[in-house]
Design a protein around this ligand. Structure first.
Ligand SMILES: Cc1cc2nc3c(=O)[nH]c(=O)nc-3n(C[C@H](O)[C@H](O)[C@H](O)COP(=O)(O)OP(=O)(O)OC[C@H]3O[C@@H](n4cnc5c(N)ncnc54)[C@H](O)[C@@H]3O)c2cc1C
Length: 289
């Protein structure tokens, strides 16, 4: 399938890219890895008149740690995250999700910024970022602004980004001592989008009580779904069977999956229940050391 005609722009600097986006606004789309945008264009689900290819902006490709925060440039490829010692050592939950995203060919080009900016509830990074409490940095003609991940996913394929903004950075706090995380994904075959996915991240204190919890779901709601009520049940608990069962029940009841080729609503709710139990059990065991 051939996408509709468009004008192609290849800015060499961030300023140039921002000025093009400012000029063309809603008629332009940013191209990063292209693994979501190009299929959408071929299917005529996106018909931008202008493509602003930001692949020359290599200053947006980095992973670094400063003062307990991991900073990831928006154009950082999935493969770079997979090969990063910082990610493996400091963000094991991110490390766990990477090999579950698509396949190596896609991950060679696809970017974490594109994965989040696309706003696809079927993508895996959003739930992980919700569980970790990340912050998104967007740069537009007026400068930079920070958007907490809880406020980032606004609607089906819609994020808080303005058309003239570039997602330039993701900031993830390094979980403290006594933390553990787990991502459970059910897929029909390797490389597929999730039937359902669950990201869990917890921290416990010396007595084993949960001091913070992040719980979020993939592909079972119109947006990546943060299970706030489930998190509330976990915090203050000992992450025992009762608390985990209650949080998993809330996740399964409050998500709103659709009936599709990946399964019925009932099946997906049942999978969310079981995957949440497993993710929380693994996260809790890691946190307890
Ligand atoms: C066969 C296949 C299987 C896949 N399976 C999975 C999977 O299992 N899990 C998963 O999570 N993903 C999966 N994906 C999606 C893949 O991870 C995409 O690459 C990703 O969703 C988008 O990243 P990208 O860099 O390719 O973005 P692009 O396709 O270039 O862009 C996607 C959207 O985000 C916008 N955008 C891109 N970068 C920015 C930026 N820096 N600032 C603002 N807006 C931006 C674009 O304008 C566009 O609207 C799969 C893709 C394919 C082709």
């Amino acid at each position: 399938m051939i996408p509709p005609a468009f004008d192609y722009h290849a800015p060499q600097t961030l300023e140039e890219a921002l000025s093009l986006l400012d000029e063309y606004g809603d008629d332009a789309k940013i191209l990063s890895g292209g693994h979501s945008l190009i299929p959408m264009m071929k299917l005529r689900l996106a018909q931008p008149e202008h493509i602003v290819d930001i692949n020359a902006l290599t200053e947006l490709e980095y992973i670094r740690e400063e003062n307990g925060v991991i900073y990831i440039g928006g154009l950082t490829r999935e493969v770079a995250l997979e090969e990063s010692d910082i990610i493996h050592a400091r963000l094991p939950l991110v490390s766990e999700v990477l090999p579950l995203i698509a396949d190596p060919q896609v991950r060679n080009l696809a970017t974490i910024g594109g994965n989040l900016a696309h706003g696809d509830p079927g993508n895996d990074h959003p739930a992980v970022m919700l569980a970790l409490g990340a912050t998104i940095v967007a740069q537009g003609p007026e400068g930079k602004r920070s958007i907490h991940i809880n406020d980032f996913f606004e609607d089906f394929y819609m994020t808080a980004l303005e058309p003239e903004e570039i997602l330039t950075e993701i900031q993830i706090p390094v979980p403290p001592q006594g933390s553990g995380g787990s991502y459970k994904k059910l897929e029909r075959k390797v490389g597929d989008y999730a039937v359902a996915g669950v990201a869990a991240q917890v921290t416990v204190d010396g007595s084993g009580a949960c001091t913070s919890a992040g719980l979020a779901l993939t592909n079972v709601h119109y947006i990546p779904f943060k299970v706030t009520d489930g998190e509330d049940v976990l915090v203050g608990s000992k992450l025992d069977k009762e608390a985990i069962e209650k949080a998993a029940g809330i996740a399964s009841e409050q998500c709103d999956p659709s009936n599709d080729l990946r399964g019925s609503v009932e099946y997906k709710r049942a999978m969310v229940l079981e995957l949440t139990r497993r993710a929380l059990r693994d996260a809790a065991n890691q946190a307890r050391g």
